[in-house]
Design a protein around this ligand. Sequence first.
Ligand SMILES: C[S@@+](CC[C@H](N)C(=O)[O-])C[C@H]1O[C@@H](n2cnc3c(N)ncnc32)[C@H](O)[C@@H]1O
Length: 271
Amino acid sequence: MKTFSKKNEINISKITEKHMKNNNVKKWEPENFELQTTTIWSFPKRGNWATHRGDYRGNWAPEIPRNLILRYSKKGDIVLDPFVGSGTTIIECKLLGRRGIGIDINPDAIKLAKKRIEFSKLFDEPQELRVGDARDLSFIKSNSIDLICAHPPYADAIQYTDGIEGDLSFIKNVDEFVNEIGKVAKECYRVLKPGKYCGVLIGDIRRKKRVIPVGFKVMNEFLNVGFNLKEIIIKLQHECKTTPLWEKKSIEYNFLLLAHEYLFVFEKLEK
Ligand SMILES: C[S@@+](CC[C@H](N)C(=O)[O-])C[C@H]1O[C@@H](n2cnc3c(N)ncnc32)[C@H](O)[C@@H]1O
């Protein structure tokens, strides 16, 4: 996830028709894609196949949901992304023959995601995108989801809306934020089928020159609701070098630039 705005990123409140077009697709699949085999993942060149554009602030590289989907689900499975943003996960679901359910608190993000899955495949699985709150998945039956791919805000590192009620990126107090994520974790646990997996990408933040371990705090919330820990993956960040303000601050105050995120893979054990 990027922590700094770049010129070509979308400010979600300024989405125009230009961003909604998904023509000009040059390739439908990644070139030379290989499934990750270690606990360190790095995608220096963010994939831009199909309708992936990488222009939604805080989007994740499509390689991440692709890896999770290919490793932990099979064709026809139901995949849930409770923080779907620009729809990266659901585009991958559509390409890979999974049934995606994507939720976001921001109606503009859902609008954008819907545009980005406006392509057809020979054997299309249905995809569902809806405005909603990841803390309340009551429209989904218990034990019905095959895989969860979740990419929540990293506390208030990036704000995603102009302050829509329920937007977790507006919670400044980290403990309060983590508490709300606990509600998401509980719902994820409830809807996931036993024996299935839930991937969560999350990064730490730095405040007053010190690191706040948002990643491990969020991990604990998922463990507290009953999940088991299958993997801790370090996902390298590549944007931190291009943030001159942080570079300057890191020299001035002698701290290291945060250059990784965590991808936790949780398992709901069979009883
Ligand atoms: C890190 S971004 C996800 C980006 C996404 N992976 C992509 O590739 O576009 C986090 C998303 O969470 C959404 N969000 C914030 N609070 C939420 C909530 N309570 N329920 C659902 N979505 C929420 C934001 O609007 C934002 O789109």
